[in-house]
Design a protein around this ligand. Structure first.
Ligand SMILES: [Zn+2]
Ligand SMILES: [Zn+2]
Length: 172
């Protein structure tokens, strides 16, 4: 139910780390644990984050043996819930809006900024609809909403990384 990249799914090496998977449906809930080897924490973590969850990494307890890519889903968590919603959906008002929405993340820097920017995952309720990343920017006058495909969002991540690097770390 957590879609790990093929690199992680096929790895099978002894796991050394557990990545706890949290969602924000009502309060923060621990929904699952993904076990990974020393090579794959970032690959797995990125995939889980991209799916709208937050993660916390912890070393494995000594008496547990798992293989890289092993996923444990807690029966009480949202990942174990029905398949009417994407796994990242907040399950709140989807029918009324005609779309599923994830938790909305503020792009917050703890400083005054010219625009308020948020990002979220959105998918229209149509069965074959694709997941999109929606970026909303509210400035002094108007609010803009840009929907992009997951592919575009992935390229944007690299482009932003390049631009931030080019700008230098002095402003970080
Ligand atoms: Zn691995
Ligand atoms: Zn939904």
């Amino acid at each position: 139910m957590i879609n790990l990249p093929i690199a992680v799914d096929n790895c099978g090496k002894p796991a050394t780390l557990r990545i706890e998977v949290y969602s924000h449906v009502a309060a923060e809930s621990l929904d699952g644990v993904v076990y990974v080897c020393p090579v794959h924490p970032n690959t797995a973590g990125d995939a889980i984050t991209a799916a709208g969850f937050t993660t916390a990494t912890a070393p494995m307890t000594r008496d547990v043996e798992r293989r890289c890519g092993f996923v444990h889903i807690f029966a009480t968590g949202t990942l174990a819930a029905d398949d009417q919603h994407p796994r990242w959906c907040r399950r709140d008002g989807c029918d009324r809006r005609g779309e599923h929405r994830s938790h909305v993340s503020d792009v917050d820097t703890n400083r005054p900024e010219a625009s308020i920017i948020t990002v979220a995952l959105v998918q229209t309720a149509h069965a074959a609809a694709e997941t999109t990343v929606v970026l909303s920017a509210t400035g002094s006058l108007a609010s803009d909403r840009v929907a992009m495909s997951i592919g575009q969002a992935r390229v944007l991540r690299y482009r932003l990384g390049g631009l931030i690097d080019a700008a230098g770390h002095g402003n970080a």
